[in-house]
Design a binder for this molecule. Structure first.
Ligand code: A2P
Length: 264
């Protein structure tokens, strides 16, 4: 559908779509070929576009595959009038995807001080960078427990995360570690479900800690990464600060880091 009639802009890779999987009418994942020279750290994002205009529109997408994978995976929302996603949701195998060359981002292991437990807080497609991190052996080297928190509006929106965690648990590289040390804490806000409510409310009430059998979050033992909407970031960040954690960055590692799930 998008065979380019335009020149590929300088500083941009043109890659092939390898697979597409639709989850709901609002969510899908796709995998593309990975350029030989492309290096990134698990948790980083890149700018993605389509060759459908002389000046393609690019949007930031977290890379959901780990740094060692030979393909690149992305998890996306579909928005009817979204400048990029209205077209991106129609991609087929072998279509061309444009990708700017430089990955970046703060949701990387290097931006956190060592700790005992790593909490990965995500809502909606904000799970994408964590899909990369939980498939990376370095994450298991650095933390004893990794708690992947994923909150969505509806039960169907959890499917990508469930398939992801199932596949991580049988992965030859990290499967054994994940079975022991990875916890998937799922909640839903707009359907009936075993755990109901926003992650912020589950932390404030203490329900998440009693469900997990873990102490309240403390700066001495816990580290956090947050990825979701602007409002979710703001509220989760505020709570972590109340627990005594401090925001870090690549050049200033601390006890939590934040990144917006960009595409809307
Ligand atoms: P809710 O259904 O109560 O709005 P969205 O698709 O809007 O990004 O929402 C994804 C999930 O994030 C939903 O379950 C939503 O809950 C939740 N959410 C939205 N805003 C916040 C917030 N400020 N703090 C924590 N969770 C939030």
């Amino acid at each position: 559908m998008n065979n380019t009639v335009f020149e590929i802009p300088a500083g941009v890779f043109a890659e092939n779509v390898k697979s597409v999987q639709h989850y709901t009418d609002r969510l899908f994942k796709f995998r593309i070929s990975r350029p030989n020279s492309f290096r990134f750290r698990s948790g980083e994002f890149v700018m993605i576009g389509l060759p459908n205009a002389e000046k393609p529109i690019f949007r930031a997408y977290s890379i959901a595959s780990p740094a060692w994978d030979e393909e690149l995976e992305f998890y996306s929302i579909k928005v009817e009038d979204g400048p990029l996603t209205q077209h991106l949701q129609n991609i087929k195998i072998n279509d061309t995807i444009l990708m700017r060359r430089k990955p970046t981002g703060t949701l990387v292991n290097d931006a956190l001080l060592p700790g005992k437990r790593l909490y990965l807080f995500s809502t909606g497609t904000g799970i994408a960078p964590f899909a990369s991190l939980i498939r990376d052996p370095e994450t298991y080297d650095k933390f004893e427990k990794i708690i992947l928190c994923h909150t969505c509006r509806n039960v169907v929106d959890l499917q990508y995360g469930k398939e992801l965690v199932d596949s991580v648990k049988i992965d030859p590289l990290v499967g054994e570690l994940a079975q022991k040390n990875l916890v998937h804490y799922k909640s839903v806000t707009r359907d009936e479900f075993a755990i109901k409510g926003r992650i912020t409310d589950l932390m404030t009430s203490g329900k998440i800690f009693s469900d997990l059998g873990m102490p309240r979050i403390s700066a001495a033992e816990d580290r956090g990464m947050i990825c979701g909407s602007m409002e979710m970031l703001r509220d989760t960040k505020k709570l972590l600060e109340e627990f005594g954690l401090e925001e870090g960055a690549n050049n200033n590692p601390a006890t939590f880091v934040v990144e917006r799930a960009f595409v809307d």
